[in-house]
Design a protein around this ligand. Structure first.
Ligand code: PLP
Length: 406
């Protein structure tokens, strides 16, 4: 008999997102003439920049020519892309990250989901609350989460991110082994300062813990005082792994390319306490289970670092940040407190009451969809997430509709 991994039975169905879909469908049925505007989506809407498309096509051409055809590439990614990343993303910030510490992949979602398999099933996991659900669900699947009751898993340490701590959780007083941090944050849009990240790095060093740092939205940081990488903090290269993606920066959500930085100085431990190089473990994992990202996609990603590519990506990000600014200004004007939207594409609004009530109000009165914060964890109650990933006209119209509805 083929028995299943019963931890899959512990996963919670995404009640919230199906409920959002049900309410939107019901509203549309009753109001067939209203064009609903969705500001709940975490996907980009602008096309790939021209220089990237050009290089992508050219590389597809190379694959169709016997002289330039390529078969399997290196599982870790082609040197041309790893070198460009080391130079442009880390070189200027003096983080000392070298190309062979960079692993190219087909997405930060997969990398984060896969990374936890390097650790024993009894490590103590800490995640933000609210949180990007992948960190939690992949640990549930692996059997690290314990029983689910009243919106929480018994064995997971939840780090409440609320208005009281400006949505930046401090390290806990007790030891944890594996910490997921995400800045700029999805869903709260919060960004962490050097001091706040330093507290986490010091904690991880003291506890021999590991930080998995999700920097998928780092390119949205405009304030020069805010760190883009955990490796800007001294000592982080011994206790942290960083995940970055071309998805939200260069519009690769449908093209798929990302990268993970695993410094050679990070150690993990056997039960007997012997140190092992994490880089070697991840390299072994990738060489065994992954066969690399398509050559044309890696060339397209590389084009993001050309002079024209950098300019085009800047314009793309500026477009979404202007959307975020429009949302944020309107929310401020309406008298709601919010975080994010300045160095991040998400605006996390305090609704002053039930998130569902706020959601219902703006759906039924304005025909605009946002995401109730509860979908990201219990501490998301009293909040909704508004996303800046949409076309300008729609963002402007949505905010006008919300203003007159409220
Ligand atoms: N990390 C965070 C915080 C995200 O919000 C997302 C996508 O929404 C991802 C990772 C996924 O990135 P990718 O498209 O590279 O898989």
């Amino acid at each position: 008999m083929i028995t299943m991994n019963e931890h899959y039975l512990e996963l919670q169905a995404s009640y919230l997102f199906s409920e959002v879909a049900r309410k939107v469908a019901a509203f549309q049925e009753q109001n067939p003439d209203t064009s609903i505007i969705k500001l709940g989506i975490g996907d980009v809407t602008r096309p790939l920049p021209p220089s990237i498309v050009e290089r992508f096509k050219e590389a597809v051409g190379e694959m169709g020519d016997a002289a330039t055809f390529r078969g399997y590439g290196p599982e870790q990614g082609y040197p041309f892309l790893r070198e460009a990343i080391a130079k442009y993303d880390f070189g200027a910030r003096n983080t000392g990250i070298s190309p062979d510490e960079i692993f190219i992949s087909d997405g930060t979602k997969c990398d984060i989901a896969n990374f936890q398999e390097l650790f024993s099933t009894d490590v103590q996991v800490a995640i933000g609350d609210p949180v990007y659900p992948v960190y939690l669900d992949t640990n549930v699947m692996a059997g690290r989460a314990g029983a689910y009751r009243d919106g929480r898993y018994g064995k997971v340490r939840y780090l409440a991110s609320t208005a009281e701590n400006n949505y930046i959780p401090a390290p806990p007083n007790e030891p944890v082994d594996l910490v997921y941090l995400c800045f700029p944050n999805n869903p709260t849009g919060a960004t962490a300062t050097h001091e706040q990240l330093r507290a986490w790095v010091e904690y991880a060093r003291r506890e021999r813990a590991l930080i998995l740092f999700d920097a998928a939205y780092e390119a949205f940081i405009r304030d020069p005082a805010i760190p883009h990488s955990i490796f800007e903090i001294d000592g982080a290269e011994e206790v942290a792994v960083e995940f970055r993606s071309f998805s939200k920066t260069a519009g690769f959500t449908g093209t798929r390319c990302a990268y993970t930085i695993v410094p050679k100085a990070v150690r993990v431990y056997s039960r007997a306490g012997e140190p092992h190089e994490l880089h070697a473990l991840w390299n072994r994992r990738q060489s065994t289970k992954f066969n690399g990202v398509a050559y044309p996609i890696q060339r397209a990603a590389e084009a993001r670092y050309s002079e024209q590519g950098r300019r085009e990506v800047e314009e793309l990000i500026a477009y979404y940040l202007e959307n975020a600014d429009i949302v944020r200004s309107e929310i401020d004007r309406m008298g709601y407190a919010c975080t994010g939207g300045d160095n991040s594409p998400y605006i996390w609004v305090r609704t002053g009451g039930s998130a569902w009530e706020f959601f219902d109000q703006i759906l039924t009165r304005a025909g605009v969809v946002v995401t109730p914060g509860l979908g990201f964890g219990p501490s998301g109650e009293g909040h909704v997430r508004i996303s800046a990933f949409n076309d300008r006209e729609k963002v402007i119209e949505a905010m006008e509709r919300i203003r007159s509805a409220l």
